[in-house]
Ligand binder design. Structure first.
Ligand code: FUB
Length: 350
């Protein structure tokens, strides 16, 4: 069935993209291979610890949960940690580092995690739906980057939504970035309390991702979450109707030559793009895309420096032949232009 002949009536966006991608998968020529092939992995958050690249991904699983735009088909329940001694080298699976059965507050859907190190302790940050169906972010602590990690009794007070990304600034302050629309529930927190969906009109500023400094002990927020402004080059906010550029989910922060780069997914337009600023809190000025759309509905990334070179970590659905909830992590070299802009990465030939 070609994209043109599909009857899409009554289908969710995820079902439409999945049917399209199953049809396209055989003809796509990926430039990079899956890093892990013995299980499905997604949402790779990469960090360099002890001279190795560590990747903290989601662990995708086959499920009979329905495919819908709330993402119920992303039914993940544990995390594995992976490491590489060198870029594109052998990947080591360090086994299960945290299982949902060992997280008292979590009911289901252990989605995109991240990790940080401070004073020899390692912290795994992860979102999950609580037993009441509301997403929060939790943290689990370990003595090794490989895990295992022991989860705190409750989610981190003051957090909500999904996709935590933790950034360590040069002054040893740590910041957590969060937020995802639709199933990620960010649109339900417009008043600061969990409520009904509240989407702005197309000509209003888009829903903003959130940031807060972490406390010294790394297991609490040091301040309430605040909104991050993403602005156009003329200083006006990116609007909710600007689907090619507005924030959807999957935040990441990195610093290059003193500039803060805030990058993210645009969701239903499937771009990874970035905006730059002078502070970890923003505001950030939109610059452009980093990664063109991949096979699959979701696109999610991280950026890390290893031995003086920069890499993008991302996922697509190559291994599953286009099944949108069964993804595999990949990496690609990332290059800057002399003016600090990032060169666009196109993950397929043609
Ligand atoms: O893996 C589940 C969700 O899909 C993540 O939280 C999103 O960023 C998207 O990749």
């Amino acid at each position: 069935m070609s994209e043109e002949t599909m009857n899409t009536e009554g289908l969710s966006d995820a079902e439409i993209v999945t049917a399209r991608d199953i049809a396209r998968a055989a003809s796509m020529q990926p430039k990079n291979s899956p890093l892990v092939t013995h299980m499905y992995t997604a949402d790779p958050s990469a960090h360099v610890f002890n001279d190795k690249i560590y990747i903290y991904p989601s662990h995708d699983i086959v499920t009979d949960m329905p495919m819908n735009d709330d993402g119920d088909h992303f039914a993940m329940r544990d995390y594995h940690v992976f490491s590489l001694d060198r870029p594109f080298g052998k990947v080591n699976d360090h086994g299960c580092a945290l299982d949902i059965d060992d997280v008292k507050w979590a009911g289901k859907q252990m989605w995109a995690p991240d990790a940080a190190e401070k004073d020899g302790k390692y912290y795994l940050y992860f979102p999950a739906r609580g037993h009441d169906g509301v997403f929060h972010v939790g943290v689990a602590v370990g003595d090794s980057p490989e895990g295992p990690f022991v989860a705190e009794e409750t989610g981190i007070k003051g957090t909500y939504s999904i996709d935590p990304a933790v950034f360590q600034d040069d002054n040893n302050e740590y910041y957590i970035y969060i937020g995802g629309l639709w199933g990620g529930q960010l649109q339900r927190w417009s008043t600061g309390e969990f409520g009904e969906d509240a989407y702005p009109a197309d000509d209003e500023p888009a829903i903003a991702p959130r940031v807060a400094k972490l406390s010294d002990n790394m297991v609490a927020l040091a301040e309430p979450l605040r909104e991050i402004e993403i602005l156009d080059k003329d200083g006006t906010p990116i609007l909710a109707g600007d689907l090619e550029r507005r924030y959807f989910e999957g935040p990441w922060m990195h610093k290059h030559n003193g500039t803060y780069y805030f990058s993210y997914s645009t969701g239903e337009t499937h771009n990874i793009c970035y905006a730059t600023g002078d502070s970890p809190y923003g505001p950030f000025t939109y610059q452009g895309p980093i990664l063109t759309p991949v096979l699959g509905w979701t696109t999610h990334h991280s950026i890390a420096e290893f031995k003086g070179k920069w890499y993008l970590f991302y996922h697509d659905c190559q291994l599953s032949g286009g099944e949108t909830h069964l993804r595999n992590i990949k990496m690609a070299e990332l290059n800057y232009n002399a003016d600090g802009t990032i060169q666009l990465i196109e993950p397929y030939y043609n």
